[in-house]
Write a protein that binds this ligand. Structure first.
Ligand code: ZN
Length: 139
């Protein structure tokens, strides 16, 4: 991972083989970023996406084997049970140029992943919502 501070924001370049969610979480942890907006583009290999099934109160997972373009990556950083937590969604496209999208669980950077992390003032925390069984932003 390499990064450049641009004003209050960070431009971050993840390297081939880094897990996207883990790298973003580690970046937040190392810089003690408790709240941020995250956006990016790049490419990813063997991604696992999720779709939250409200009735089942769980994520249905979907593997996307091989390399995909990260057409769009959007997310945020907050604290969940006191630890940095990256909530990231992606739209991916493979060699057929068809898009698939969802909550990003994991996947390793293919060629590169270029992110902008914009820290937000204050603290964002998550609290478990008993009805959904999800940790929602406590705002
Ligand atoms: Zn999500």
């Amino acid at each position: 991972m390499r990064y450049h501070k641009a004003g209050d924001r960070y431009v971050v370049r993840l390297e081939t083989g880094e897990d996207v969610v883990q790298a973003v979480t580690a970046f937040a942890s190392d810089r003690r970023i408790d709240a941020a907006s995250v956006s990016g583009i790049g490419s990813i290999t063997d991604a696992t996406l999720g779709y939250f099934d409200r009735a089942a109160r769980e994520y249905k997972k979907h593997g996307v084997p091989g390399d995909s373009e990260i057409v769009s990556l959007l997310g945020n950083l907050s604290l969940k049970e006191g630890q940095p937590f990256a909530h990231i969604h992606v739209t991916l496209a493979g060699p057929d140029f068809r898009a698939v999208a969802g909550h990003l669980f994991d996947g390793k950077v293919a060629a590169t992943c270029e992110l902008v992390v914009e820290p937000l003032p204050g603290l964002l925390q998550r609290k478990k919502d008993a009805r959904l069984g999800l940790f929602l932003l406590d705002v």
